[in-house]
Design a protein around this ligand. Structure first.
Ligand code: ADP
Ligand code: 5GP
Length: 193
């Protein structure tokens, strides 16, 4: 049997609305990487589709997944479960594909323990004001309490990120940020931080 090289595993994190999904979509289009679709218990937004942004499930179904060891990692974020299904990661990696996980800092730390060679990228906003503008502009139709919680969490996450992420990319100009992320992934041969 021919041994294939395992694909690269990439974690992309950053505060809500910083532009992670926009960047990841572009990276996937340009490089053919596989973007892992997580499972979540949070409600589906008006512009989202089940199976595209997330697999949207009930709390009961998610907890059954936990019991059945369906997740590579999972975390509770903003009062909802989010998890990376094994099925989104194992097969593409075996086929030699680059797999991108768009997950939070807690999940990223767990992945780092299991796979120390993971490429860890954190996306930063140019200013806090840009972040809140993008949050409002995205129009997911969330209530004010959730929006405030997302903003408060952002500053804590950014502080933690300096410790755990080797690569920090500022998403001011979108095109430049996309290219930086692609360069990091393609130029990479093992992480040490
Ligand atoms: P996240 O996945 O991090 O929550 P999104 O990718 O959904 O964020 O982006 C949030 C909003 O910010 C979207 O409306 C997106 O079009 C916008 N956005 C992304 N990158 C930039 C950028 N560099 N400049 C201005 N707006 C941006
Ligand atoms: P959102 O509700 O904005 O789509 O995502 C909220 C947060 O959950 C983001 O920080 C996102 O990266 C994180 N997230 C999404 N999927 C997963 C996952 O599978 N695992 C973990 N740990 N975090 C996730």
């Amino acid at each position: 049997m021919i041994e294939r090289t395992q694909g690269k595993l990439v974690v992309i994190s950053g505060p809500s609305s910083v532009g992670k999904s926009t960047i990841c979509r572009a990276v996937v289009e340009r490089t053919g990487a596989h973007l892992s679709v997580s499972t979540t218990t949070r409600p589906k937004g008006p512009r989202e589709e089940d199976g595209r942004e997330y697999h949207f499930v009930s709390r009961e179904a998610f907890e059954e997944g936990i019991r059945n060891d369906a997740f590579l990692e999972y975390a509770e974020v903003f009062g909802n479960y989010y998890g990376t299904p094994h099925s989104e990661v194992d097969a593409p990696l075996r086929e030699g594909k680059t797999v991108i996980l768009e997950i939070d800092v807690q999940g990223a730390r767990k992945i780092k323990l299991i796979r120390p060679d993971v490429i860890m990228i954190f996306i930063l906003p140019p200013t806090p004001k840009d972040l809140s503008d993008r949050m409002t502009g995205r129009g997911r139709g969330e209530d004010e309490k959730t929006a405030a919680l997302r903003l408060n969490t952002a500053s804590r996450e950014i502080a933690a990120a300096w410790q755990y992420y080797k690569h920090m990319v500022i998403n001011a100009d979108l095109e430049q940020a996309i290219r930086e992320v692609i360069d990091i992934i393609q130029g990479h041969s093992g992480d040490s931080k």
